[in-house]
Every structure is written in C-alpha cells, then in structure tokens.
Design a protein around this ligand. Structure first.
Ligand SMILES: NC(=O)c1ccc[n+]([C@@H]2O[C@H](COP(=O)([O-])OP(=O)(O)OC[C@H]3O[C@@H](n4cnc5c(N)ncnc54)[C@H](OP(=O)(O)O)[C@@H]3O)[C@@H](O)[C@H]2O)c1
Length: 245
C-alpha cells in the first residue's frame, strides 16, 4: 500500500486503535476522516489531531451508514480507503445475563453488519479513485474464541470469513482487501482491565504499517501469528491458552 496522499475513512477513529491509526496516517500526509457515536469523543480527538475531519454517526443503524457514505461522497469524493475499525464487546455470561439478546444484537450490528453494509456502500466511491482499499479490523479471536466474549468472537470470525470472500470477489477490480488481526491491545475497549499481555496501541499500529507496506493480505499483529499456527495444529491447546489469559 502506498501510505501517503490517501483519503481515509476510519470508523471508530475517536479512541484506541482507530485514533492511533488516524494519528499515524496524518503524519504521513493523508487526509483522515473519523466517525463515532459520541460527539464528545470526536471533539476530543479533533483537539488532539486538529487536521482530522469528524462525522458523528452510529454505524449499527443502516440509515446512518447510508448518511455517512452520502456525506463522504459529497464532501470527500477522493476517499480511497475505508477502514472498518469500530467495534464493541460485552464481557458477560450468555446464560445468566438478562440483557443478552439486546447485547448480542448490538454487537452483531456494529461488528459485522456495519462493515458489510459500509463495504457495499463504499465500493463504488472507492473504485472511482486510485489505490482503493478496504481494511477490515478483526482479532486473533477470529481463530479461537475467548469464552468471556460470547458474541464478539463470532462477529470477528464472521468478519474474517466475509473479508476472504470479498477479497476473492474483488480480485478483478482495483480494490485491495486487507485484514488486520490484532492481539490484546491496551485501549479503552477493556474499560481499564486489559489483560497483562496487552501491547500498546502505538506498537500495534507500527506493526500494522509494516504489514501494509509489504502489501500483506492478512496482517497478524504480535502473538496473533503464533495463535494462528497453534489454532491450526493444536486447537485444544490454543483454546486453553486463550481462555487462561
Ligand atoms: N483492544 C484490543 O484488545 C483489540 C484486540 C483485537 C481487536 N481489536 C479490534 O480493534 C478495533 C478497535 O478497538 P479499540 O481497542 O480501539 O476499541 P475502543 O478504544 O473501544 O474504540 C472503539 C471505537 O469504535 C467506536 N464505536 C463503537 N460503536 C460504534 C458505533 N455503533 N458507531 C460508530 N462508532 C462506534 C467508538 O466510539 P463511540 O463510543 O463514540 O461510538 C470508538 O471510537 C475493534 O474492531 C476491535 O474489535 C481490539
């Protein structure tokens, strides 16, 4: 990937890895647009990174995805990179949690249906520009589930599978489809309780940029590479390790 002179939309760019990505891409002379639900978080991101463009929306609603795509097409027609980064997680017990259905629906809409919807809406916008990319953010948990996250793992496994299909079906187009699989990263995602093995967002994004430069279709960050291999050859052992963290 050519890492400069792009116009990049990062969903969930107001926090954690999305914000770190925005910072890195701005430093490399790109135009960066971020979206998220909270205006307050977006304003804080704008204070930190004054060059960033912000757009408030909730991507778990299809009509808000459509508003976002229309706004980008009108105001940033040079948009050539979509980064499906926003996601939520519920650390809970599926059996005893009384709000499990609502939580499941919210997770599936945000983490899986939104990237699918945005990919469909953005393909024609991206395709008008040079070096178009769709970058989907998943997790090592796409390979092996962590039992604390009953639905999150499934959304990431689903997005992993969809990304493989999208890459294949876009093969004859100009659009490159890349997946980045992060390990545990210390971000607000963990609400202050990140496991000890968590790496920093800056370290994770630095490694992602190395993978992007090399043009890897699946970029496994940090220990995700090892988890990938373990999940293929020693799946029970991998399951045990992931659930002992
Ligand atoms: N941190 C980790 O350990 C880890 C590990 C593997 C993979 N990942 C993946 O990395 C990505 C980024 O995670 P992170 O750690 O940076 O999390 P984070 O700090 O919690 O950031 C999530 C971002 O998504 C936004 N968001 C959530 N729901 C949204 C919605 N419905 N509409 C629009 N924006 C929404 C949030 O802003 P608002 O709250 O304002 O909407 C926030 O900007 C996710 O895909 C996550 O699954 C993270």
């Amino acid at each position: 990937m050519i890492l400069s002179n792009n116009t990049i939309l990062i969903t969930g760019g107001s926090s954690g890895l999305g914000l770190e990505l925005a910072k890195h891409f701005l430093q490399l002379n790109n135009k960066v647009i971020i979206c998220s639900r909270s205006n307050k978080k977006l304003e804080e991101a704008k204070k930190l990174l004054p060059e960033v463009e912000i757009f408030q929306c909730d991507i778990s609603a299809q009509e808000e995805c459509e508003k976002l795509a229309n706004w980008v097409e009108k105001n940033h027609p040079t948009c050539n990179v979509l980064i499906n980064n926003a996601a939520i997680v519920h650390n809970t017990n599926f059996v005893t949690d009384a709000y499990m259905i609502d939580k499941s629906v919210a997770e599936i809409k945000t983490n899986l249906i939104a990237p699918i919807t945005l990919s469909k809406l953005f393909i024609p916008i991206l395709a008008q520009n040079t070096n178009p990319y769709i970058i989907n953010v998943t997790s090592g948990l796409a390979y092996i589930p962590r039992t604390a996250y009953p639905i999150y793992n499934a959304t990431k496994a689903g997005l992993h599978s969809f990304t493989q299909v999208l890459r294949n079906q876009l093969e004859s187009s100009t659009i490159t489809v890349t997946e980045v699989l992060f390990p545990v990263v210390d971000t607000p995602f963990h609400k202050g309780n990140a496991p000890k093995i968590a790496i920093g967002a800056e370290e994770a994004v630095n490694e992602l940029f190395i993978g992007l430069k090399k043009g890897k279709p699946e970029i496994r960050i940090g220990k995700v590479e090892m988890l990938y291999k373990l999940s293929r050859f020693f799946p029970s052992f991998a399951y045990k390790i992931i659930n002992q963290l």
